[in-house]
Design a protein around this ligand. Sequence first.
Ligand SMILES: *Cc1c(COP(=O)(O)O)cnc(C)c1O
Length: 395
Amino acid sequence: MTFSPLFSLNSKGLPGAVVSALRSVLGSRESGLHEPHFIGNEINYLNECIRSGYVSSIGPFVSKFESDLASYTGINHAVAVVNGTAALHVALILSGVKPNDEVLVPALTFVATANAVHYCNAIPHFVDSAVDTLGIDPISLRNYLSTFCEIRGAECINKITGRVIRVIVPMHTFGHPVNMEELCLVAEEFCITVVEDAAEALGSTFMDRHAGSFGLISTLSFNGNKTITTGGGGAILTNDPEIAERARHLTTTAKLPHRWTFEHNELGYNYRMPNLNAALGVAQLEKIPEILSAKRLLFNRYLKAFSRVRGVSLFVEPEHCRSNYWLQVLLLDDTHLSERLAVIEATNNEGYGTRPCWNLLPTMPHLAGGPCAPLPVAQQLVSRIINLPSSPFLV
Ligand SMILES: *Cc1c(COP(=O)(O)O)cnc(C)c1O
């Protein structure tokens, strides 16, 4: 029996074939890249906030959301904050990042990962990704660090800049976990603390442990386009009770608890999540099993449809991982790179909200010129990735 690649028989070439494959999965409805999905108690809980008057930064839903997050991820403590970027900022402070330290960050990530490093007056040092996870590649990282770092008094020193490399921030790209076993080994070898940017990875696991449970601290985002949303929101996760306590203090303007006095014992931030947002979060988290299975079903439908298109493949969760499939990833073969923009344009013209991935961070003016590893894989990934409409209600 011969198998004919159905959609590439289309006369419109690869862009036409991708449109046909998308149509076979999504029908003709318009679809954004990732839209929120409210199928549970959202309205009930919001009403409860308004009836009770607890709409702001104190209220029962904040504590409930925090304990629900902790039990869902298996991480002991969760501190809910206003967004994922604020969560990263405080996580970096609490991981010991000092002004003029270097922080290893993937070049292929959302800009917030590196911006948070600058908020600490530290310097992002960009590193390469792996093709099999789309996140930091521990193998090339080890080789890279071996060439120019030395350990002095339990600190990793960049011999070229003379600065301390204090922290590494692996980011689980589009929900696919980094190889955290290898990455933690390399970090330990070089005395570097791990802070995970798990903004995209709620519901993903590596070796049956939740993404975000490997580092000293990790962060989540509940922005409107993430797997679950609180409107805007984020969380700081840690197994360390003292760090959790410090996170709660710093995000509450460092106010000392007292019935009436205003005493703030250090520089703090107004980063606590309001009760209204947490109410949404509690309702959303109740439905995460349904959301994740819908996203996996969508992945399987895309996998089948795109197996018939020559020149592209669908990115499949890495080994030992169960991914949340936050954003579906179509990869162009090397021979079709020149058609990337044509594919994005043709699909958007038909109402399918496909997107390129981020530009590499060191190409952005405020992040250019700093320390940077060779980025052959990240560069190649940027030219190959197209994100497909990924909302859970598309199936
Ligand atoms: C969404 C996201 C964040 C944080 O985003 P906020 O909009 O501040 O909640 C951080 N890092 C990555 C990789 C993200 O995708």
